[in-house]
Design a protein around this ligand. Sequence first.
Ligand code: PLP
Length: 344
Amino acid sequence: MPDLVDLRSDTVTCPTDAMRAAMAGAAVGDDVYGEDPSVNALEAEVADLFGHEAAVFVPTGTMGNQICLRLLVPGGLELICDADAHVVTYEDGGAAQHGGISSRTIVAARGRLDPSAVADQIRPAGYHMVPTAAVAVEQTHNRGGGAVYPLETLRELRTMTADAGVGLHCDGARIWNAHIATGVPLATYGALFDTLSVCLSKGLGAPVGSVLLCSAEQESSARTLRHRLGGGMRQAGILAAAGRHALRHHLHGLAEDHRRAAALADQIAAAAPKVCDPTLVETNIVALDLTTAGDDGPALAAAARSEGVLISVVAPRRARLVTHLDVDDTGVDLAARVLSRLLG
Ligand SMILES: *Cc1c(COP(=O)(O)O)cnc(C)c1O
């Protein structure tokens, strides 16, 4: 059987030979002592890209988000986010468990919060009410099918949260995809948020690693929280080198992933127009709505797998296809043919 075409996630990429060479050659030291030159260089580069004073390398995007939320929301206070946000869907209740954070969610089309709907929900301290301390957005939105927040909406959210005196966090696991899709500079996004967490291990193709961005004032708290969560790594420069290589060599390639996602959506929509709407494909994620196509995500995934195509089922009637570095045009063609036949 030929290699499987794995469209489950952009986390499945494996390091290229060039990335492995960069890792092998990395200068390293003990990062808990702040002495790993490769980690220090990565943190300085990413802080500079987003125009933030400080950056902290962390093992996962989940840890990056969890630390940022704790920088912004004291225990017993409230975070507002959309109901499908990664921070309340895929982080095992960490904000509540580790930070004592109360989360309140708003159902939002494709995961994108409407600034006026959020403004209506912000609560000041008062009679037994849980005061809102921060709002979190996700750029691009994972369960929203790779949807990109328009810059204007983010600006409105920034103004509104600043006026209300609450923080604004960005789960920027795929903010690179938003940057490449829209041309908005990373520093323009960076300037809008108090904290961000950005992943090196999604479309950028590094094996491990995320970076959180914060202010100089927040940096030592961020490092303490990282250590407390068990994220103080030693010769982590091996991993930081992979991230630096990814930023240099893989960022612009995300445009190819976007082109392939659009092509995949076009082909599937030609066979099954009710399942896939190509106009909703903004980045590297294609959402499939199976309500008119047998209603059975797991059965579709099993049938596709038997023909060499892996997809992920994100709800009983929703599936997701994600393009990435390790899927080329031939793989996308095969996936489009298999899925068109199964869904058509
Ligand atoms: C992948 C992802 C994360 C972080 O995931 P880790 O597996 O912990 O690195 C955070 N937010 C979103 C939207 C993601 O897709």
